[in-house]
Design a binder for this molecule. Structure first.
Ligand code: KG4
Ligand code: ZN
Length: 353
């Protein structure tokens, strides 16, 4: 049975301009991403106005490349999908107005997609490079990105029960902030992973915020602990982006200690939630899911608990258009349509408790 046909999906909620052509929510015909990471690295973070202007600059070339890679045309398209939120208002607006115009001009239905639902549905995308099983319900999913960290239970498609979320920083935000404290370039997530891989002693232990039995997360205490340790070890001088007075080996040890603490809490709570829900599979998504240590440890723990972990390859974990196409297929099938009055929803939630 067809599940939406071929959907053209547009993602522009943060700092990646992504357009993909996805068939039935599973088969990727093309998935083009123009990343602004290098541009924002100079400022040490995302400048919203700069991000929106870069989306404007890149969205047409990204679409051209998506068509060229897929070798299909408008006649093959059943709908245009776009991220409506959450995200940066200006960035969202570029993608929304672009998608609206395409849908209007080519007479295609417009399907609004929640960015967080996109991160979840990336787990349903097929991978040419390896066999990926489809997630099985009921499942528990951990979504960890730069703006969000939450655990959700799904008993069927498009049904979400929020089990827990961060009470302060998102996991990716914590990686980025501690990366900066360690003098690593932006974004801190991949840099900390790379630095931590070089640690040999593993003698740094940072606190874990368990928040008793809840499935909520907190990373601000860990960030403060890291800041204190770094300040002490640099004689109160701290580090800013650029040269670190700590030395490469020490940065590696601190990065590993920080990463261990984050991964330990994420893995432990996810497995506990999955057991409590009687889950048959565990899903991992969001930019931080590109982290090798998190992927490996969660896979091992899920396997030991008799539930396979489904996690997309790293390029499908960070923001991209294909994940929006995957979620859009289900939304399209369920009858979701947007009019030309579709507006950006910067704080759109995925689910309420
Ligand atoms: O999902 P995403 O691309 O954008 C948002 O929706 O926020 O996530 C971006 C976040 C950033 O905080 C980045 O540092 C983090 O994902 N990230 C990683 C890794 N790759 C990206 N964090 C840890 N390890 C990584 N390898
Ligand atoms: Zn994202």
């Amino acid at each position: 049975m067809t599940r939406g046909g071929l959907i053209l999906a547009v993602e522009s909620s943060c700092d990646e301009t992504g357009i993909a052509l996805v068939e039935d929510g599973r088969r990727i015909h093309s998935n083009v991403v123009a990343s602004q990471v290098a541009m924002h690295a100079a400022a040490g973070g995302i400048v919203p106005e700069v991000a929106a202007r870069a989306h404007l600059r890149w969205i047409v070339p990204v679409l051209d490349e998506a068509w060229a890679e897929a070798g299909v045309g408008w006649d093959d398209i059943s709908a245009v999908a776009v991220t409506e939120g959450p995200g940066l208002a200006g960035s969202l607006l570029v993608g929304i107005n672009f998608a609206k115009t395409l849908a209007y001009v080519h007479g295609k239905p417009l399907v609004p997609v929640n960015h967080l639902e996109g991160h979840l549905y990336a787990a349903w995308l097929a991978d040419e490079a390896r066999e990926v099983p489809e997630p099985i319900f009921p499942l528990v999913a951990l979504i960890v990105s730069g703006g969000h960290t939450f655990l959700v239970e799904m008993r069927d498609h498009l049904q979400y029960k929020l089990l827990g979320e961060t009470v302060d920083d998102a996991a990716g935000e914590a990686f980025d902030k501690v990366g900066r404290l360690l003098g690593l370039p932006y974004p801190g997530g991949p840099e900390i992973m790379r630095a931590a891989a070089g640690a040999t002693r593993h003698d740094v232990v940072f606190p874990r915020a368990w928040l008793r039995d809840s499935f909520d997360f907190s990373f601000s205490g860990l960030k403060t602990a890291a800041r204190r340790t770094i300040a002490t070890e640099t004689g109160g001088q701290g580090t800013s982006t650029g040269e670190s007075p700590l030395g490469e080996d020490r940065v590696a040890e601190l990065a590993a200690g920080f990463q261990d603490s984050v991964v330990d809490v994420l893995v432990t709570k996810t497995i506990r939630a999955a057991r409590a829900a009687g889950a048959r599979s565990v899903v991992l998504g969001g930019g931080v899911a590109a982290n090798r240590v998190l992927r490996d440890r969660l896979a091992a723990a899920a396997e030991a608990a008799g539930m396979p972990l489904v996690v997309p390859r790293p390029a499908l974990c960070t923001d991209n258009g294909a994940m929006i196409g995957a979620a859009a297929a289900r939304r399209f099938e369920a009858g979701a349509r947007a009019g030309l009055d579709l507006d950006a929803k910067p704080s759109l939630p995925l689910a309420r408790r």
